[in-house]
Design a protein around this ligand. Structure first.
Ligand code: C2E
Ligand code: MG
Ligand code: MG
Length: 748
């Protein structure tokens, strides 16, 4: 290609961005061109008229007269000086319009390589020179006057060929620009589809492209600016991200070569806190080099505050569930937990723990004759008096009604328990003044001691209870230590155990079924299998009276297996009879759930009975699943994988960690019936039920309320958004035969 004499050529740069004008001018001067600059269209045209430059570099968007208007004037005046558009991120429409108005070429700012600019300038000048020469030849201008005709022809052919090569090059360049433009349009469509602010960022962290959501977030001072950096765009900061609070997600990505996520915390001017989650994914060139990043910005402040609210909710729920509303003392649940902890500590320090159970003598009389108001005040005063009799580190709890309990820990000598008991008896023997009444709240006290009486919570509580019973029998207002000969209950247990062993082989066990209804359409959604023991002498024994014993003796293994099998057989039989399929819930005890082969056992019973897994639900209490979380998760996952449904039973009475609950693949939470019982009269219980519903729904779980007995309870649960209900309001647990009418749509 013929070289052009650069020294004499003048280039006019029209751009409102002073620094860009300056940069381009200096670059062109370094290449040997003379440069002129103008900062808007009008000034540019005046310069053009006056200096007649050989080439014009023109920005499109400028205040006042913009690039398009300049092109229109030049087109009108039939000026064929080459014009190259240099413009910021533009649309394909802009490019086409500029080219139609006679622009020769189109380069987008920021220039990734100034070489592109040089190439375009040289090509255009060369093409312009050839065009000029060609025009003169065709017009027969004096340039060829003294030449031989054949020379002239040869030169003409040569010029024509060179010109057509240039034309082809220009076309190719336009095609390439168009391909880039359509890729750009495609990328724009892709990021516009992202719901959050998203941008394409180049390795120097300048923003190449943004979606609508991103533009909406962009401070107005940056709109229309050619070079915006990502940290300016979403953080309005002029400093690149760095440090722990503002880790640069792009640097993280460059380090690993993989998509990266960072969280940023900003305190806004008004003091509000805003938290962003930034996610960067790499965009690779065909040759494997990094082209840039796709950066998505999510404002997660609200998600986090929601999580905080949930946690607050759970803490409130925890307090409500573990304290007595009237006296604010710890309740039975918290007492058991403290006892457990103190036992562990006593084991280590080789000390004793005493459990004192205390029952007010004749409290019923106060309630009946002076009313509940006076009774309540008396209970509060008794609570305070008890706290005054013990150390701060001891626990005073209200067990319900007129029963209180005290745990004394770190006892070097058991006789101190007797000292405290006497102190309590003495303190309570003094008159208590409530309103205008002078009351005497004498009490009976039973004491048991860890580790001599029992080595577990239930045992210690049972022993204290037995001792209390004896104290009352012995004439009230006294205390009794537990002694082993008191334990007639243990003897009863032995008898019960022998009977229970026979119950299995004698076919004395029966499964009853209680319907579970959809609160919103009164349709049957399932039934809970509840075990009954038809005792040959005692009649129907309820599970509460023998399941704990079965657990203790290990008999729960064969019994639990029996219920599971029986419930599956029955449910399958109902399905085979043509009743609409629903799921049957079976209760699992802790010991049963922790069997190593529990997943296999459930699978083999399902296979044996041909019941499809989705029609079986297993109910587990909080204390069971929170026992050994890691193995719980494995077992639950194993069951879930099989397709079996899972429910947490008696929810609210145990200890659940929200963090763990979220990990368990559970379907239902069952609100314990103790909360439903007083839901219409006790604001505390109503608040607990409501909290369970909110908590469950936030984790996408459905809520089943247990023990619904009245239409009023049902209505409150409906208002709270509960999903399903179970209880005497619909039906008591029924034998399989009695249950059948529930399949009929009579409740619609
Ligand atoms: P659960 O699983 O919470 O069962 C619900 C209990 O509430 C049942 O007592 C049921 O009869 C009772 N109930 C239902 N609706 C009402 C109502 O409206 N008002 C009142 N007051 N009570 C209602 P049930 O049958 O005596 O069972 C007691 C507990 O024994 C069960 O509590 C469960 O923990 C355990 N249990 C029952 N069957 C089995 C079993 O097959 N295996 C195991 N491991 N435990 C079982
Ligand atoms: Mg249950
Ligand atoms: Mg329950």
């Amino acid at each position: 290609m013929k070289s052009v004499n650069k020294k004499k050529q003048t280039i006019l740069v029209i751009d409102d961005d002073e620094s860009m004008c300056d940069l381009v001018a200096r670059y062109l001067q370094a290449l040997g061109y003379i440069t002129l600059t103008a900062d808007d269209g009008k000034a540019g045209l005046m310069q053009f008229e006056e200096k007649k430059p050989d080439l014009v570099l023109l920005d499109l968007s400028m205040p006042g007269m913009d690039g398009f208007q300049v092109l229109e004037v030049m087109q009108e005046k039939i000026i064929d000086t080459p014009v190259i558009i240099i413009s910021g991120v533009g649309t394909e429409k802009d490019t086409t319009r500029a080219l139609k108005l006679g622009a020769w070429d189109y380069i987008t700012k920021p220039f990734k390589e100034l070489d592109i600019l040089r190439h375009s300038v040289e090509t255009s000048l060369e093409r312009s020179a050839l065009q000029e020469e060609y025009k003169k030849l065709q017009e027969g201008q004096p340039r060829a006057v003294r030449r031989e005709d054949s020379d002239l022809e040869k030169r003409t052919v040569e010029l024509e060929r060179a010109y057509s090569v240039l034309e082809r090059e220009v076309q190719e360049r336009k095609r390439a620009e168009k391909a880039i433009e359509s890729e750009r349009t495609y990328m724009q469509t892709v990021i516009d589809g992202v719901g959050h602010p998203a941008m394409i960022v180049l390795p120097d962290k300048s923003v190449m492209m943004m979606n609508e959501a991103g533009l909406a977030m962009l401070p107005s001072s940056y709109v229309g600016q050619d070079n915006v950096y990502c940290y300016q765009a979403y953080r309005q900061s002029n400093r690149p991200c760095s440090g722990e609070d503002h880790r640069c997600v792009l640097d993280e990505l460059i380090k690993t070569g993989e998509a990266a996520i960072c969280k940023h915390k900003d305190i806004l001017e008004n003091g509000d806190e805003r938290i962003f989650e930034l996610e960067a994914s790499p965009l690779w060139n065909e040759d494997g080099t990094l082209h840039g990043f796709l950066e998505v910005v999510r404002n997660i402040s609200e998600d986090l505050s929601m999580e905080g609210q949930l946690r607050e909710h759970q803490e409130r729920l925890y307090h409500l569930v573990h304290h007595d509303t009237l006296t604010s003392l710890p309740n039975r649940l918290l007492l058991q937990d403290r006892l457990q902890r103190m036992m562990v500590k006593a084991n280590r320090t080789k000390t004793n723990v005493a459990m004192i159970f205390l029952d007010l003598d004749r409290f019923k009389n106060v309630n009946e004759t002076l009313g509940h108001d006076v009774g309540d005040k008396l209970l509060i005063t008794v609570g305070n008096t008890l706290e005054g009799c013990v150390r701060k580190s001891d626990t005073v709890a209200r067990m319900g009604g007129d029963e209180f309990a005290v745990i004394l820990d770190d006892l070097k000598d058991v006789k101190f328990a007797a000292v405290v008991a006497r102190k309590i008896l003495q303190a309570l023997s003094k008159p208590i003044f409530v309103d205008e009444y002078e009351l005497y709240a004498t009490c009976s006290i039973g004491i048991s001691v860890f580790p001599s009486d029992s080595d577990n919570v239930e045992g210690i509580m049972r022993c204290a209870d037995t001792a209390l019973y004896r104290a009352k029998e012995a004439g009230k207002n006294n205390y009794q230590f537990y002694t082993s000969d008191m334990n007639t209950r243990a003897f009863e247990f032995l008898l019960l155990e022998a009977g229970l062993r026979k119950a299995l082989s004698n076919d004395e066990l029966v499964a009853y079924y209680q319907p579970q209804m959809d609160l919103w359409n009164n349709k049957l959604i399932g039934m809970e299998a509840l075990l009954r023991w038809k005792h040959p002498e005692k009649g129907m024994v309820s599970p509460g009276d023998f399941i704990p014993l079965a657990e203790e003796t290990g008999l729960i293994d064969p019994i639990g297996e029996w219920v599971l099998r029986e419930a599956c057989i029955q449910n399958k039989a109902w399905q085979d009879e043509g009743y609409p399929p629903v799921s049957v819930s079976v209760n699992m005890s802790g010991r049963q759930f922790r069997r190593k082969d529990i997943v296999e056992l459930v699978a083999s019973i399902l296979e044996e009975t041909s019941l499809e897994p989705q029609y079986l639900e297993l109910e587990l209490t909080e204390s069971i699943i929170m026992h050994d979380v890691e193995s719980t998760i494995n077992t639950l996952k194993g069951l879930k994988k099989m397709g079996v449904k899972l429910a947490i039973d008696d929810f609210g009475t145990g200890y659940s960690s929200l963090a763990y609950l979220k990990l368990f693949p559970i379907d239902h939470l069952k609100i314990d019936r103790s909360f439903v019982f007083n839901i219409s009269s006790d604001a505390n219980d109503a608040a607990i039920a409501n909290s369970v519903v909110v908590l469950a729904h936030s984790m996408n779980l459905k809520v089943v309320a247990e023990g619904v007995e009245t239409a009023e309870q049902l209505e409150i649960l409906r208002k709270q958004g509960c999903d399903y209900v179970q209880g005497y309001f619909f039906s008591k647990p029924l034998s399989a035969k009695e249950f059948v009418p529930f399949f009929e749509p009579i409740f619609r």
